[in-house]
Design a protein around this ligand. Sequence first.
Ligand code: RAM
Length: 343
Amino acid sequence: MKNSAKKVLLLSVVMALVFAGTLFASGSQAAGGSNTHAFVFKSTGNPYGERQMSGFETGIKEQGGTSILRAPDLPTAEAQIQMVDQLIAQKVASICIVGNDFDALQPVLTKAKNAGIKVYSLDSSVNPASRLTHVNQADSEKIGVTLVEAAYDLAGGSGEIAILSATSQASNQNLWIDYMKKELAKPKYSGLNLVKIAYGDDLRDKSVSETEGLLLSYPNLKVIIAPTTVGIAAAGKVITDRGLVGKVKLTGLGLPSEMAEYIDNGACPYMYLWNPIDVGYLGAYVATGLTSGKITGKEGEKFSAGRLGEYTIVKAPDGGTEVLLGPPFKFEPANINDWKSVY
Ligand code: RAM
């Protein structure tokens, strides 16, 4: 299949998922009630988010529940606050929030809690006072350290590097960036110079223009770290289109389906991720664990998450608790073809 045909196919799959999610949401709106579990992602049009939602939907369905899948058009806290308010009125049993802001959702999430709804975050956390626990894709410090090690390797030990993030309010991105900065402060990395953190807001066009801005402002840039699936795909395209493969190297967190061509052409020699479908699926078991009273979100509690097996709630770096899916996985030329059709 040609690349363009593949893109059309992928786009159709994503559109079908979005459409299915929307239908599902409106179909279950009237249902409400104690076995209805809501998932609120950051924004629409993010294939990573669609995969998380599909895993969540599967996990809830196989436990006999109903899902409501929601995402605002733009990744803002304000839009999510409105959605959470609607979900409170619908009397859902649980709300899984992929936070667009760490603190701003606290009043509405407290309102949900006071209405008896079990609230937890996933992927991008809200503050510990706003959640019972958090479903984390991987250890946040490990992600930060791994990406700095990758940048060091790809830069050959010295030179200018930049970060292309999502929104400046996204707590997952900010935590990873904090750990990157801590790691960069170590003597081993004294030759690396972090020249800029750019924000593409998980919007394709903005991520493209931010990458172009980085390349213009820093002609000696050696490595871009994009810890966002939207950003890394946009940067891969810009580096390729401008004929900069080999000069500027890209790494970060990307979907194999979107990044295979840039791993193949060398724009992104390697990158990391985990299975976003599993992140959502794990969330579905946290939802039912909390609503059934099997877990309350405290450190040390154990539960089983269907096909994924047993999990233990652990302490999170922000003082709250979290459930970790597993370690990040490295995608490189040797394995990318095995994964590009999976997620
Ligand atoms: C983007 C989002 C998401 C993040 C992934 C890696 O799609 O910012 O929150 O976890 O990338």
